[in-house]
Design a protein around this ligand. Structure first.
Ligand code: SF4
Length: 142
């Protein structure tokens, strides 16, 4: 499943995909994100999936009820998240990297316990799912 057209991800969706546990903004949003994250990134060989960095609405946003064209009804908050994650992971629109490379970058650049700051304003952050996934990623790295 890693060949063909790359996935398109805005910067903050790399970490969101690490923490994703099947909860989202609507049934359509969740079905799409589950197909991408569980069906591709976390499937066997998923680390080789190529992802191109997007500067606006991406493959996760596509069916989101909050999407407005290439933008988002939560535009300012989303722009802040993208800017913070792009800086942390050194991502710019048009960059291509594999999911395995993205996880290595997260491991190197995003310390466990740092999402409260990095993801400030995200409604999912207080749930702790993403922090737990980040801690697991660091633990796997030994
Ligand atoms: S806290 Fe929000 S922005 Fe941060 S990784 Fe989780 S879902 Fe994404």
């Amino acid at each position: 499943m890693s060949g063909g057209v790359p996935l398109r991800y805005r910067p903050h969706h790399f970490l969101c995909s690490l923490g994703y546990e099947g909860k989202g903004y609507s049934p359509g949003f969740t079905a799409n994100m589950t197909a991408i994250v569980m069906g591709r990134l976390r499937a066997e060989g998923g680390d080789a999936t190529v992802i191109e960095v997007a500067g606006a609405a991406d493959d996760i946003c596509a069916p989101c009820p909050k999407r407005q064209g290439a933008g988002c009804e939560a535009g300012g908050k989303i722009a802040r998240l993208d800017a913070a994650h792009a800086r942390a992971l050194n991502l710019a629109p048009g960059d291509r990297l594999t999911w395995g490379e993205a996880k290595a970058r997260i491991r190197a650049a995003v310390p466990a316990g740092s999402l409260r700051h990095l993801c400030a304003g995200c409604e999912w952050e207080p749930l702790g799912l993403c922090a737990a996934a980040l801690a697991r990623l660091h633990a796997e790295a030994g």
